[in-house]
Design a protein around this ligand. Structure first.
Ligand code: SAM
Length: 261
C-alpha cells in the first residue's frame, strides 16, 4: 500500500483509522445500496465500504492504482472499477444501466477539481440519493454559508438550491499521507425532492448567479447589467442597489423567473 502519492492527481491518502470509521459510519451503507466512490486511491474508504455494502463501484483516474485496489478488494466483496475521469461519468446513465433509482456517492475528493465535481454531481442530482464527501474545509464552509457571510457565493447558492448541505466534521492534515496544507471537512449533501426544486430555468439561475458574484462589490444593478435591467430586478422584488452576497438563494430564483426582455 505504499505507492508514491501523485500531486497532479490530488492524492492525499487517508490513513487515520478513526476518521475512516467516522466517514464509513456517516455513510452506513446497506446491502441494497448502490454505492459509488469517487477516487478510491489505495482503498482506505473503499475496503470498509465494500465490506459493509458487499459491492461497490469506484471511479479512479490513476491507472497505477487499479491493480492494487483490485487485489485488496478481491476477498472483501464485488468491486467494479470505472477507469475514468469522474467528470466524464454520466451518473444518470450509470443508475439506469444498473436498474437502480438512486446512487449513493462517496469520496475523499481530489481537491484540485472539487468544485467541478460538485457541479457535475448537482447536474445528476435526481439520480443521487445522497453524497458524502471529504473536501477542503474552506470549500465546505462556502457550500454551507448563509447570505451576508464573507464566504457566501456562487457555490453556496447553486448547491443550496439543489441539495440540503450538512457539514459533519473537520479532519486535520495529519490524517493524510502526505498531509495537505489545509484542514479538510466531511459534508453530506442530500438532493432536494423534485417538488422542492426551484421553479425556474437552471441555466438562467446559473447565469444570473455567476454574473452577480463575478462583481460582488458592485450593486446588482451594475453587476447584472448584461443579464437584466434594474426594472426587471425590481419586478422580482429585489433592490438593484443591493449586493450579491445579501440575496438569498430564493431571491436568485425570483430573478431567474422574470421573463427575458
Ligand atoms: N479515497 C482515497 C483515500 O481516502 O485515501 C484517495 C483520496 S485522494 C484525495 C483522491 C483520489 O482521486 C486519488 O486516488 C486520485 O487518483 C483520484 N482522482 C484524481 N482525479 C480524478 C478524476 N478526475 N477522476 C477520478 N478520480 C480522480
Amino acid at each position: 500500500m505504499n505507492a508514491r502519492p501523485k500531486k497532479s492527481f490530488g492524492q492525499h491518502f487517508l490513513h487515520e483509522k478513526r476518521y475512516i470509521e467516522r466517514i464509513v459510519s456517516a455513510i452506513s451503507p446497506r446491502a441494497d445500496d448502490f454505492v459509488v466512490e469517487i477516487g478510491p486511491g489505495e482503498g482506505a474508504l473503499t475496503l470498509p465500504l465494500l465490506a459493509a455494502a458487499g459491492k461497490l463501484t469506484a471511479i479512479e483516474l490513476d491507472t497505477d492504482l487499479i491493480p492494487g485496489l483490485q487485489a485488496r478488494a478481491a476477498s472483501v466483496g464485488e468491486l467494479s472499477i470505472i477507469h475514468s475521469d469522474v467528470l466524464k461519468v454520466d451518473f444518470t446513465a450509470l443508475a439506469h444501466r444498473h436498474g437502480v433509482e438512486r446512487l449513493r456517492i462517496a469520496g475523499n475528493l481530489p481537491y484540485y477539481i472539487s468544485s467541478p465535481i460538485l457541479f457535475h454531481c448537482v447536474e445528476h442530482a435526481q439520480a443521487i440519493q445522497d453524497m458524502c464527501f471529504m473536501l477542503q474545509k474552506e470549500v465546505v464552509d462556502r457550500m454551507a454559508a448563509e447570505p451576508g457571510s464573507k464566504v457566501y457565493g456562487r457555490l453556496s447558492v447553486m448547491l443550496q438550491l439543489a441539495c440540503r448541505v450538512e457539514p459533519l466534521f473537520v479532519v486535520p492534515p495529519g490524517a493524510f499521507r502526505p498531509p495537505p496544507k489545509v484542514d479538510s471537512a466531511v459534508v453530506r449533501l442530500v438532493p432536494l425532492a423534485a417538488d422542492q426544486l426551484p421553479d425556474a430555468d437552471p441555466e438562467r439561475i446559473h447565469a444570473i448567479v455567476k454574473a452577480a458574484f463575478a462583481q460582488r462589490r458592485k450593486t446588482l444593478g451594475n453587476a447584472l447589467k448584461n443579464v437584466m435591467d434594474s426594472e426587471a430586478i425590481m419586478s422580482a422584488d429585489v433592490d438593484p442597489k443591493a449586493r450579491a452576497e445579501t440575496l438569498s438563494p430564493q431571491d436568485y430564483v425570483r430573478l431567474a423567473r422574470v421573463p427575458a426582455a
